[in-house]
Design a binder for this molecule. Structure first.
Ligand SMILES: *Cc1c(COP(=O)(O)O)cnc(C)c1O
Length: 436
């Protein structure tokens, strides 16, 4: 079960009997037993544990096993699971009705918080997923510029809309090829895929450049000095719009996200995950003149039955109210300790690894060299070491993301004790890997 071979008994800390039963039932009625592919543990082996409940830094599965959680719903639960203020806000909202198909004060209150936190982001449109946010940002950019072409970076993820499910060729700028069956070639015919951390040459056919300002879907890859400012300048030169997909980094790296951290402002922001406080909510935002291209004011159509859902806006507002600057400083200090501790755990037993840290995010690459792009991330992921580390950590009741391409999400509920426990588990896991 650990993927490390041998005839060892199944590792403790992995899916127990009730999880395995549920998985069998799930596979009969849900493709792959899941509603989102990475949850199926394909990259790390074994079957997933089914979560019964979660509290703070921990999730508890249906067999009663408790894991120190670094998935945190891919970062959406930045406060930690079931934070009392957030639960109270959702409960209160639910008692007044769950959805109306009419405007609510909650939408205004969350929009005011987002626009106050992010300089330059004057208006937002709420949607229900990050996928929708980026899909709509691209439509808005095309509508506003009258151009069709979009530029994206290999290894960045922008949700599962057709035009953004494009894979690049090796290295150089290429027109996208569909990266999923069911995406017609014409849907990605105007999508150009280029390597991360290299400013591409643009021309006046480009509507927008879409980028994760800190890449966090190929492991964690920081933007190199000048990359984001270079993108800003290249877009300005040809009249293209710059779109920051801050679905992970927004309200995670700080109140003003990556744009605040790096001092580079895009034309459009996409937010998700943290902004909805763990409920289905995401947003796109930008300057008033640009955003007013959206229906009902402008010609760019977009709509949503559950958009700006009152439970989700209440959760988002409750979360943002707790995410004051001090909180990010504390979380950043904890993540720095984790990053250094993990790096030392690997180094001390001679395992080649990189533990990049950007503010409150960290990642793990099993690579001798720092990783700066998708090619490097793929090389690191091809080693099988992540699979071994994931399983060794799960055996020690620490839940990392079940894929080498994901980053680790630490919450405000991860205290000094949890950080120390994680580093100790990593030392013991790394030593076990080195012996194998
Ligand atoms: C998660 C993610 C998305 C997609 O968001 P969903 O809510 O899963 O649709 C888009 N962009 C980035 C950078 C993400 O991490």
């Amino acid at each position: 079960m650990s993927g490390a071979g041998g005839d060892r008994a199944p590792l403790p800390g992995h899916a127990g009997e009730r999880s395995r039963e549920l998985y069998v039932r799930a596979t009969a009625v849900l493709p792959g037993g899941v509603d989102s592919p990475v949850r199926a543990f394909g990259a790390v082996g074994g079957t997933p544990w089914f979560v019964d409940r979660a509290e703070g830094a921990y999730v508890v599965d249906v067999d009663g096993r408790r894991y120190l959680d670094y998935v945190q719903s891919w970062g959406a639960s930045i406060l930690g699971h079931a934070h009392p203020a957030l639960v109270a806000a959702v409960r209160d909202a639910a008692s007044r009705g769950t959805t109306f198909g009419a405007p609510t004060a909650g939408e205004v209150e969350l929009a005011e918080r987002v626009t106050a936190a992010v300089p330059g982001c004057e208006m937002v449109r709420f949607v229900s997923s990050g996928t929708e946010a980026v899909m709509t940002a691209v439509r808005l950019a095309r509508g506003a510029t009258g151009r069709d072409r979009i530029v994206i970076f290999s290894g960045c993820y922008h949700g599962h809309s057709d035009a953004l499910l494009a894979a690049g060729g090796s290295g150089l700028a290429t027109f996208g090829l569909p990266s999923s069956a069911g995406v017609p070639a014409h849907a990605v015919a105007d999508t150009v895929v280029v390597p991360y951390n290299v400013v591409p040459e643009l021309d006046e056919r480009v509507a927008c450049v879409v980028v994760e300002p800190v890449a966090a879907n190929m492991g964690l890859v920081a933007p190199e000095a000048g990359f984001l400012a270079g993108l800003r300048a290249a877009c300005d030169d040809v009249g293209a719009l710059l779109v920051f997909d801050e679905v992970i980094t927004g309200f995670r790296l700080g109140r003003s996200g990556a744009s605040g951290l790096y001092g580079v402002s895009p034309d459009l922001w996409c937010f998700g995950k943290v902004v909805g406080g763990g409920l289905p909510l995401a947003a796109l935002g930008g300057a008033r003149a640009l955003m007013e291209n959206l229906a009902p004011l402008g010609p760019v159509y977009q709509a949503g039955t559950l958009s700006g859902n009152p439970l989700a806006t209440a959760a988002g507002a409750a979360a943002l109210d707790l995410l004051v600057p001090d909180v990010y400083r504390e979380l950043g200090a904890k993540v720095a300790t984790l990053g250094a501790g993990l790096a030392d755990a690997f180094a001390s037993v001679g395992i080649a690894a990189q533990v990049p840290v950007v503010g409150t995010l960290f990642g793990i690459f099993f690579s001798a060299e720092p990783v700066r792009d998708h090619a490097g991330a793929r090389k690191a992921a091809a080693t099988d070491s992540y699979r071994a580390f994931f399983n060794a950590m799960a055996a020690r009741n620490v839940a990392l993301a079940p894929s080498p391409y994901e980053v680790a999400f630490t919450s405000l509920a991860h205290g000094d004790e949890e950080i120390a426990t994680t580093v100790a588990a990593a030392r013991s896991a790394a030593a076990e890997m080195a012996r194998a």
